[in-house]
Design a protein around this ligand. Structure first.
Ligand code: SF4
Length: 279
């Protein structure tokens, strides 16, 4: 009787689904005594491999089936969402924006027990700088992770700008050393012209804004180019000595007979004998 209650099960599924989203009847699954599930194909967009499961039951000595529950369940090969990962584990460095608050991690390996302040003390500032007065301070592991990350990052000696730099940060006037043990390797760049301004840089990092290095001289706006001499095409010209009468007429102040072919006055240049095609 339960196996024959297909129409009852379909009506229950269609009541939950949108029109046209309940497909063919695929069979039944016996769940127990007087308890059975009808399976229908799912036509819900995006739910490939899923099926509608309508569980029906019959009470002892009952004569009709009753719908217990209707579900959309994944089958073999169904398209499923990725496994849920809490947001605190999904976060990555750089994801925290203004106003965001990270979850408190009690057993963070990068921190260790500090010595908290117990009251007013004139030396409280000095104590704080020593690492006292805070509930937790950087552990050796946390310090090593940070220093390694900085040194191997974009502001260490392997950065392209460091390789191209003429001098390291250690000799730059804008280099402000960190306090504590990192002072032997790291400082903060205080040059607003540098791309690393306000960032932790290693002593062997560097950039083009180093205080003691100089770039090339400023280029003038007008760049004169070298003359280009084309030596592949040669024009062969016949020359002859200057005629005496031409020289005399030039000395008298008169125009030479053919000034275009004669030498310039006062020069020793030979006259050029041009052919009609060359004139
Ligand atoms: S200006 Fe350049 S060389 Fe000088 S400290 Fe900053 S990053 Fe280093």
């Amino acid at each position: 009787m339960l196996a024959g209650a297909v129409d009852l099960a379909r009506a229950a599924a269609e009541e939950l689904a949108l029109p046209g989203q309940v497909g063919e009847h695929r069979g039944v699954v016996v769940e127990g005594d007087r308890l059975l599930t009808h399976v229908f194909e799912s036509l819900v967009p995006g739910y490939r491999g899923w099926h509608w499961a309508v569980t029906v039951a019959r009470p002892p000595r009952g004569r009709s089936a009753t719908v217990c529950e209707v579900e959309l369940l994944p089958g073999d090969g169904a398209l499923l969402a990725p496994e849920w990962v809490p947001w605190s584990e999904r976060l990555r460095p750089g994801d925290v924006g203004p106003g965001d608050v990270l979850p408190y991690v009690d057993d963070d390996e990068r921190l260790e027990q500090g010595y908290e302040a117990t009251g007013e003390d004139a030396d409280e500032l000095a104590i704080y700088e020593l690492g006292l007065g805070r509930a937790r301070v950087l552990s050796a592991e946390g310090r090593a992770q940070a220093l390694t990350r900085w040194y191997e990052g974009d502001r260490g000696p392997l950065a392209p700008s460091a390789k191209a730099a003429a001098a390291p940060c250690s000799t730059c006037g804008f280099f402000m050393k960190l306090a504590g043990s990192p002072r032997t390797v790291f400082g903060v760049c205080a040059n607003e012209w540098s791309p690393d301004d306000g960032r932790v840089v290693s002593m062997d990092h560097g950039c083009g804004a180093h205080s003691e290095t100089h770039g090339p001289e400023p280029m003038s706006l007008w760049q004169s180019s070298e003359p280009v001499i084309d030596e592949r095409d040669l024009e062969v010209l016949a020359t002859h000595p200057v005629a005496p009468e031409v020289v005399a007429s030039v000395d008298d102040g008169a125009e030479p007979a053919d000034s275009a072919d004669g030498p310039a006055a006062g020069t020793d240049e030979p006259a050029v004998d041009r052919s009609p095609d060359q004139a």
